[in-house]
Design a protein around this ligand. Structure first.
Ligand code: AMP
Ligand code: MN
Ligand code: MN
Ligand code: MN
Length: 281
């Protein structure tokens, strides 16, 4: 049987994507996506527009979010919530709290960047921020690249914004427990986003998955835009070991800024249970 072309992780201008919710949905449809979730960082503001466009053009759509959490020794981990009720008060209030620290963090980032010769970064990043206004490292990266300090957004991260680089500042996000309570409380399914992108040892990663499961997490992105073949095998094994549902997730941010385009992922290994089998859409 032909597998469903599901893409359950992407970003619009409501967080750090380059396309409006509506343009993103249209692009997904044009790319052959059959089921899409919009998962902006810590924001639900794009879901209504995305859903209405999806209904208009006949694309099945799931409400999603990607929540930033702090884990262990100043690690940031991302938890995707799928099939959430976007009107759920605890979720809405929780995300508001997560977002509220971003502006002060951006000010601190700009101060650090100023010391190493990158001036005006706060104002510059703000010019890239959408509406509602959520300021992220991606917006800084676009400004810094535009100023010619690095050849593209990716290398801006490598030189200036990744952990340990001059523009990186520590920040306290939500806890894993909070994120899972918000997602589960809003009727959603929690999924570990891009499991290969955390700087964790194998044992630490295992601990993350174990705690995630214990606290009510149910899925893992076996296929992520940034996962290499070996990682796909590894996270398939993890899904089997922990009994996790498997997700398929481009993490698309925009043309020219992403690992892969919407829907352009391989199929999941056949023995895994796709997370969308448990979603109502
Ligand atoms: P923030 O939530 O403000 O810390 O921003 C995190 C976002 O920055 C991620 O969601 C990615 O979109 C982007 N990002 C992080 N690391 C990289 C990287 N190495 N290359 C490109 N984009 C990155
Ligand atoms: Mn992002
Ligand atoms: Mn992420
Ligand atoms: Mn993402």
């Amino acid at each position: 049987m032909k597998a469903l072309n599901a893409d359950l992780h992407c970003h619009s201008t409501v967080s750090d994507g380059l396309l409006s919710p509506s343009d993103l949905v249209q692009r997904a449809k044009d790319n052959g996506v059959e089921l899409l979730a919009l998962t902006d960082h810590d924001e639900l503001g794009g879901l209504a527009e995305a859903r209405s466009t999806a209904e208009e053009i006949g694309l099945r759509f799931v409400d999603g979010v990607e929540i930033s959490i702090s884990w262990g020794d100043d690690q940031t981990v991302h938890i995707v919530g799928l099939g959430i009720d976007s009107a759920n008060a605890a979720l809405v209030g929780g995300l508001e709290k997560v977002r509220s620290g971003r502006d002060a963090r951006a000010g601190r980032m700009a101060a650090e960047l100023d010391k190493v010769g990158i001036h005006g970064a706060y104002e510059g990043a703000l010019r890239h921020v959408g509406n509602p206004a959520l300021i992220s490292r991606s917006h800084f990266a676009r400004y810094i690249a535009e100023q010619g300090h690095a050849k593209d957004v990716k290398s801006v991260f490598d030189h200036w914004l990744a952990k340990g680089k001059p523009g990186y500042v520590e920040h306290s996000w939500a806890t894993l427990d909070d994120a899972l309570n918000w997602i589960n409380g809003a009727g959603g399914i929690a999924v570990v986003a891009h499991p290969g992108r955390y700087r964790l040892s194998k044992a630490e990663r295992h601990q993350l998955f174990a705690t995630f499961k214990e606290l009510g997490g149910r899925g893992i992105e076996v296929l992520s835009g940034s996962n290499k073949d070996e990682e796909v095998r590894e996270y398939s094994r993890i899904a089997r070991e922990f009994g996790f549902l498997a997700s398929r997730a481009s993490d698309f941010h925009g043309p020219g800024e992403s690992w892969i385009d919407l829907g352009k992922l391989p199929d999941l290994p056949e023995d895994l249970i796709p997370v969308w089998s448990q979603l109502i859409f």
